[in-house]
Write a protein that binds this ligand. Sequence first.
Ligand code: ADP
Ligand code: MG
Length: 341
Amino acid sequence: MEKRTEIGEVGEFGLINHIASKFTQKQDWTDLGIGDDTAVLDPKGNKVVTTTELFIEGVHFDLGYTPLQHLGFKVVSVVLSDIAAMNAIPAQITIGLGLSNRFSVESVDALYEGIQLACEEYKVDLVGGDTTSSPQGLIISMTATGVVEADKLVQRGTAKPNDVLCVTGDLGAALMGLHSLEREKQVFLANPDMKPELEGKSYVVLRQLKPMARFDMIHEFRDVGVVPTSMIDCSDGLASEIIHLCNASGLGARIFEKNIPIDDETYLAATEFNVSPLTAALNGGEDYELVFTVSQEDFPKVEKIADVTAIGYMTNIGNERVMVMKSDAIVDLTAPGFGKQ
Ligand code: ADP
Ligand code: MG
């Protein structure tokens, strides 16, 4: 049997010291990290962006198929994706933890292993948090900060008519990964001796379990000298994010079905699960790609970036949010995912 140390044995402070000892500082504007009443940050004249995401077991994640290490990495990616969507560079995170007595020191260690890996990947400092007991299940609150020069900050509401609407990467894979994992969980519950059937699903499963915030794109924008005119990250599905950009900018948008990037593995999995790949891309969510607009003038520079796809353009018809199908039919973009977590 694996070793199990009760949190009560080491105590809350013992646990915090144990966690803190594994992390090293990476950002020169983190003046003070874990240990005092608060962390101290010195942004040196830059704009600071900050945001929080809350994750509740049974609502946002299922430990039945999510290893704790992956969960740790994912919660950091999810909160940092919002920092990327402001065109900012991430720097610090704090984490609030609610732990039921099901969780041992070893399981907290597994979660922090993933968090630590993410801190290395994104070069961010863990500068604080709070630890408390939860009557049931695991609760994780993640806060992140980042910096951006005032002239590079990108909001949702600043797109202009005729700007080119672009996305990074491909869409719909995370939902297919979720379907694959949920099917395996049901198979396992019915017969624990069954071997998992995840062959041919490695990409979609990875997209679900270990999403990446696209700071590679934020660096590309700086390298080519372009500031997008508006941006949002794709957490709820492309349709919903485009509607947010349109609402915030007071504009319409027109996209083209034939341009929506969908990976081959996503197509195959969608066929297997009887889901339309297009619906997965438009309404699936959890892909954490960036959806952004650039001026026509800047588009040639952005077009050269690998992994960027132009999918349409902004219009000055305020209530237009449409997709031109391969058949030339024009359909309204809707976000049935609205209201889900
Ligand atoms: P306080 O009683 O002032 O809230 P705590 O004992 O909760 O202080 O926290 C002590 C230090 O440890 C603080 O710097 C806090 O930010 C940090 N900390 C607490 N819990 C965590 C955690 N789960 N992960 C990382 N840092 C934590
Ligand atoms: Mg506290």
